[in-house]
Design a protein around this ligand. Structure first.
Ligand SMILES: Cc1cc2nc3c(=O)[nH]c(=O)nc-3n(C[C@H](O)[C@H](O)[C@H](O)COP(=O)(O)OP(=O)(O)OC[C@H]3O[C@@H](n4cnc5c(N)ncnc54)[C@H](O)[C@@H]3O)c2cc1C
Length: 460
């Protein structure tokens, strides 16, 4: 199924050797939000977007729905051809940046081209992590890792559309009926759901003592685990793959840490994502895990900005800098970066982690800091668990302010909680109501309730 947008020819508007006013690395949430906001302030400047991928654009959170067949390629693009034409965006597909000279303000791409810029935005997102695993039966190194995993047939990561297309084709071509997933985080579980919908059995291998360990506690994970097990899926907790078995260039199985040997013809590695900074030479920009930016999305180099999953930006809750890799923040950061690149003065007020996902029909939301040790000084944790209805609510409070929430089933009031976090509302007067099943506007502190009703309105 080919989209009319995909495999689109590059639509060159500018000559390769001219200095581009605004050069953007990344054609996704952050890059396109930036391009759109640059155009708001600068109607005539040249904007060029480089992407290493062959697709015009697509919603990353939807690639597993493409995999399951719930949506097709046409449905997961979020900007059409007209958007690029109307905004005069020169997009170069299949154009990977190899290096940047941050002083002389030019970059070099894999195909050897050189692009000079007046302003640069780095919005290169994230790259999948592939741990080093011993491999039996390889002709080469004896290990698989991030540099060679894709040389073995049947081993995939799942962080972009090309991955989803490859996995889908591999399943169909080889009649795969059972898939193993290394990693029980968000991507691993979204993948599991897609495979189950296709009638494929799933084994999930998770290093932690529960799935979704980064954002869920034991009670919340337990609800999803119970549902997963009811589908016949196996979950191997406190476990990992110690050894991969390969025959004739294809994966045939693996050995778990606990010694169990498993047959496997398709393995998805979904253990996490790191900011994609491989093309940035060390010392040229201030970096920690990601590129460090200030509250105007400026990097440490003049005229170079960064936004989205690649950055460590202002974290509203801790007050420090953090990599928070979620779509809405990539858009907000990209918007701020674009306005500032075009001469505006837009402050990015910081964000906090928030993810809303429905897995196997169970809606859930986690936001802020959700995994504090309860006994740690200064934190209060309020919980409500209704085991009959698999409903769970957890609220984490510090200094009378909510800093984190988990909701599983009954997520309707999520907007009220996120407003309380964002606005740093003192909830001491209503603490006893905060985690109850029917918590709603009526239970809010009087001043804040008034602000919602006569002020900005209800936040969702
Ligand atoms: C399977 C999956 C499910 C997800 N589900 C959710 C969800 O439910 N909710 C949510 O909020 N978030 C979700 N996310 C995260 C969300 O997709 C990201 O936060 C968002 O895509 C980040 O946008 P970005 O623009 O920063 O980077 P990306 O979307 O990663 O885009 C990066 C862009 O940079 C380009 N690029 C990278 N390196 C180079 C280079 N060297 N040269 C040229 N171009 C380059 C890429 O081609 C791409 O165009 C999910 C992610 C995945 C993978």
């Amino acid at each position: 199924m080919k989209s009319k947008n995909d495999n689109r020819k590059n639509n060159k508007m500018f000559k390769d050797n001219e200095t581009i006013d605004y050069l953007i690395i990344g054609n996704s949430a952050a890059g396109l939000a930036a391009a759109e906001s640059i155009r708001e302030l600068d109607k005539s400047g040249e904007i060029m977007i480089l992407t290493g991928e062959n697709y015009l654009n697509y919603s990353k959170p939807m690639i597993t729905y493409f995999l399951s067949g719930t949506v097709n390629l046409d449905m997961i693009h979020f900007k059409d051809d007209k958007f690029y034409k109307d905004n005069r965006l020169d997009v170069r597909l299949n154009t990977r940046v190899k290096s940047i000279d941050t002083d002389k303000m030019f970059l070099i791409t894999d195909d050897g081209n050189r692009y000079e810029f007046r302003k640069l935005l780095i919005a290169s997102g994230g790259r999948p992590i592939v741990p080093k695993i011993k491999a039996i039966g390889t002709k080469s190194s004896g290990f698989i890792d991030g540099t060679n995993y894709d040389k073995t047939e049947g081993i995939f990561t799942l962080t972009n559309l090309e991955d989803a297309v490859r996995v889908k084709n591999y399943i169909e071509k080889n009649g795969i009926k059972n898939i193993s997933i290394l990693g029980g985080g968000l991507i691993g579980l979204k993948a599991a759901e897609a495979f189950l919908e296709k009638g494929i059995d799933v084994n999930i291998i998770e290093l932690a003592d529960r799935i979704l360990a980064a954002t869920f506690d034991r009670e919340a994970s337990g609800i999803i685990e119970k549902k997963l097990k009811s589908t016949g899926s196996n979950i191997y907790m406190n476990n990992t793959i110690e050894e991969i078995h390969i025959g004739s260039g294809k994966i045939t199985g693996y050995k778990l840490k606990d010694g169990e040997k498993m047959e496997c013809r398709l393995l998805v590695i979904a253990v996490g994502v790191n900011p994609d900074t491989g093309f940035i030479s060390s010392g040229s920009l201030d970096m920690a895990r990601g590129i460090i930016v200030d509250d105007h999305m400026r990097t440490s180099a003049k005229n170079i900005y960064a936004a989205g999953d690649v950055v460590e930006g202002p974290d509203m809750i801790s007050g420090g800098k953090r990599n928070i890799a979620i779509w809405p923040l990539a858009v907000r950061q990209g918007t701020a970066a674009g306005l500032n690149m075009a001469g505006g003065n837009k402050k990015y007020g910081g964000g906090f982690f928030m993810n809303s996902v429905e897995l196997l029909g169970i809606p859930s939301i986690s936001m802020g800091i959700t995994n504090v040790a309860e006994e740690k000084e200064g934190f209060e944790v309020l919980k409500y668990l209704n085991t009959n209805q698999d409903m769970y609510r957890k609220v984490i409070i510090k200094n009378n302010r909510i800093i984190g929430v988990i909701l599983v089933n009954n997520i309707e009031r999520a907007g009220i909680y996120s407003g309380l976090i964002r606005n740093e509302i003192d909830i001491s007067s209503v603490k006893e109501n905060i985690s109850r099943e029917d918590f709603g506007i009526i239970h809010l502190p009087a001043d804040y309730k008034k602000h919602l009703v006569v002020g900005e309105g209800i936040e969702v």
